[in-house]
Design a protein around this ligand. Structure first.
Ligand code: HEM
Length: 152
């Protein structure tokens, strides 16, 4: 998954850092149902209590999983390095959040960002500038979307 960012010129360090954007916001239950309830897809189980919390918040077979949600992390309104601290403690919400602390290539960066918020901010800024300026379409080549997930 992180290869997508490498194609846009991000280093591995920057690719890990940009995922730190998940320090903000929420995840709808439908985005984590397969992780929570399909054992064959749950390669990176969460810390036990956190898993229980996710399951209580997002019950199996719920009809409201497209509106119910969990916070991406407890300090969800603050841009900080708690995403990485939680991730190394088995509290990653999305699959990508649960994987990067344990993959041998990405783990060293997750550990560094968990220990050093300034290092995270530095790598995040440079990644964000690269992503924001990569392949920008100008004039009639592109469009400004009214809805970010639809061409309109
Ligand atoms: C491997 C890369 C990534 C994956 C697989 C991924 C996936 C997701 C998913 C599934 C959600 C939950 C959506 C929902 O249930 O409503 C989410 C939320 C979010 N993502 Fe990512 N994401 C990735 C990278 C990024 C990057 C690069 C950024 C920003 C630079 C970002 C920013 C966010 C934010 C801010 C939210 C919370 C949205 C909200 O509160 O409504 N993500 N991501």
């Amino acid at each position: 998954m992180l290869q997508l960012f490498a194609q846009k010129g991000l280093s591995l360090e920057e690719s890990v850092a940009i995922n730190g954007a998940h320090t903000l916001g929420i995840t709808h239950c439908f985005s984590i149902e397969s992780r929570l309830y399909d054992e064959s897809k749950n390669d990176e189980p969460n810390e036990h209590e956190f898993e229980l919390y996710l399951k209580l918040s997002c019950p199996k077979g719920s009809l409201t999983s497209n509106v119910s949600f969990v916070l991406n992390e407890p300090t969800t309104l603050t841009f900080d390095n708690h995403y990485f601290i939680n991730a190394i403690n088995g509290r990653g919400v999305l699959r990508i959040d649960a994987e990067i602390p344990f993959h041998p290539l990405t783990a060293p960066y997750v550990q560094r960002f968990a220990a050093d918020q300034d290092a995270f901010f530095k790598a995040f800024s440079s990644a964000f500038v690269k992503l924001s300026t990569y392949g920008v379409l100008t004039g009639s080549q592109g469009m400004i979307r009214r809805h970010c997930n639809a061409l309109s």
